[in-house]
Design a protein around this ligand. Structure first.
Ligand code: FES
Length: 157
């Protein structure tokens, strides 16, 4: 059963005090929970947050399903998010995403068999001037070519 760590729970309680309405703390709390649940938001996580935050689970689920930065199924150790929005697209972002998925022998949104990678296509990550780019967990990699992207991914432990 999912439970936040003592530290994580304290962070959520702090978020609840930070805003005028409890609902405003949903997004930061989902981030905290996602980090502690190996990168994804399960139904258990939603129900746990609902109890802790005293907010209906349906409301938390609405937020979790609306924003693409919350993963609703397990992701690999490395979540490779390739931007395919306009600037990246014009600079080969779609081809880059397809190349990465092919090289890693996976489909978008699926975890590789070894559990190391999940490749996703995402909307603009705010790094348009250095397109095409990808985000791997918390790190941005910019001005990519298919080769440089694969060198980065193959170099991860
Ligand atoms: S369009 Fe890719 S970072 Fe903005």
């Amino acid at each position: 059963m999912f439970q936040l760590s003592t530290e994580g729970l304290e962070k959520v309680k702090k978020e609840l005090k930070r805003y005028e309405t409890r609902e405003s703390a949903i997004i930061p709390s989902l981030f905290i929970a996602q980090e502690e649940n190996k990168g994804w938001i399960s139904e258990e996580v939603i129900h746990y947050l609902s109890n802790v935050m005293d907010i209906p689970a349906s409301r938390i689920a609405e937020v979790a399903t609306f924003y693409t930065m919350f993963n609703l199924k397990p992701v690999g150790k490395y979540h490779v998010q390739v931007c395919t929005n306009i600037s990246c697209c014009l600079n080969g972002g779609r081809e880059l995403a397809a190349h990465i998925a092919k090289e890693l022998k996976t489909d978008f949104g699926q975890m590789t068999e070894d559990g190391r990678f999940t490749v996703s296509k995402v909307e603009c990550l705010g790094s348009c001037s250095t397109a095409p780019m990808m985000q791997v967990n918390d790190t941005y990699h910019e001005n990519l070519t298919p080769e440089s992207a694969m060198n980065i991914l193959r170099g991860l432990k």
